[in-house]
Structures are given as structure tokens and as C-alpha cells.
Design a protein around this ligand. Sequence first.
Ligand SMILES: [Zn+2]
Ligand SMILES: [Zn+2]
Length: 251
Amino acid sequence: MRLTIVGCSGSYPGPESPASCYLLEADDGARTWRVLVDFGNGSLGALHQHVDPLSIDAVLVSHLHADHCLDLCGYYVLRKYHPTGAQPRIPVWGPPGTAERMARAYDLPLDPGMTAEFDFREWAGPVQIGPFTVTPVPVAHPVPAFGLRVSAGGLTVGYTGDTGPCAAVDEVARDVDLFLAEASFVTTVDNPPDLHLTGVDVGAAATRAGARRVVLTHVPPWHDPEVSLAEARTAYDGPLSLARAGATYDL
Ligand SMILES: [Zn+2]
Ligand SMILES: [Zn+2]
């Protein structure tokens, strides 16, 4: 399984990265399957640097905040109006209301919205996409939000999406080969609850859960990511790095 960081800027696109978008690729022996985990603003353009954007098999949306889903708008145009013809419908997994949310985002009539281009499905339990098994884990955020465990070929990536500290973070991180974890907050006395993690939160969860590698992501442009990295290091001894747009991890 290969992970490419298409975008990792927290909350909005930053000077060096689009918002959240991660490409996972795995072979099933016949071909390479590709899924996008989140599709935040600015990421569709960057995706072109890595793969043919028409080669995506499914999109997995953690939650419906703008920085995690809005580039489905451009992707709808690309698939609908591509000069080679309208592209096959692909599944888009997300929280309840994803189809309506995306129709409103593009200012489309709710019916049909984007349903001719995307087969919208709501997270309810594990799903299979080619060689990938994806398990959604509800997390703590102001809107319905899911961490995702994505497995293929005996390897697992755990992605927090956006979440405050909660037991589900440990569940997402349990024994994973790579823990892709948001670190939006730095440690202060007044971080609001049920919103985001600090580097310390991530490191502590990774240690408790036995994550074999940690990549910090979703650091907003107003924070120094090195601070988040240093915070995580105080609570986690294993391989630890900051997500950077364009980086790839071969698991
Ligand atoms: Zn976010
Ligand atoms: Zn969010």
C-alpha cells in the first residue's frame, strides 16, 4: 500500500499545501486501485501531479467541513464534462447528508445534485473497495465525523479525520502501520473540547494503541508545525514525521 499526501494543511489551504487529501494505492494482483481519503479545497489541482485524476476508484470523506470535501465540486465537473466523455459513476462514502451537502456546495438542485456522477453512500460499517477494507470509527467533532482505518495486503493506515481527544482516537490508531493524525491544536489551557487534537494527544494515543509510525497532519497555517512535532515527540518514541504535500510513504 502506498500513501501520498496530496494536501495536509489544516482548516484551509496554506501557502505550501492544499487542505486535507490523501491518496492510497494498492494492487489486487490485476491492477492498482486508488482511493482518496478526504478531498479538501485546493487538492484536486495537486492530485494531477500524482495520478490521472480519472483513475480514482472511490472517495472516502471523513466529514463535511469545507477543508475535507469541497474539491468534490471540481471533481464533479471533471468527471461530468471530460472531453473523453462522462466518466463512470464512482462511490463517495461519507457521513449522512453528503449528497445534499455537495449539491448545495455547487449550487445544484438537490435532485439530482451530483448523483449521476457519484454513488453517494453513508458510513455505517466496514466497506470493501477492491483490495481495501475501510472501517469508519465515529469521532468527536461538532459535526458527524469519522476516523478511518484503511487496510490492504495486511497493512493498515489509521486516519483520525478531525476529532477532539476521545477513546475512538485510540481505536483508529490500534496496531496500525501508519497513524495519520491531525494535530491542529497546540497545548494551551483553553482548547475547546471535542474539536481537535494536540501533538501530545496524538503521541499519547499512538503510544497507548501501539501505532508503528506516526505522521502528523492538518496543522493550520497559523501554527509552526515544528511545535506540533515537538509536542508529539514528548509522548511517542517511534518513527514520527510531519505530513508534507507531495510526500509518499510505501508501506
Ligand atoms: Zn479540518
Ligand atoms: Zn472539521
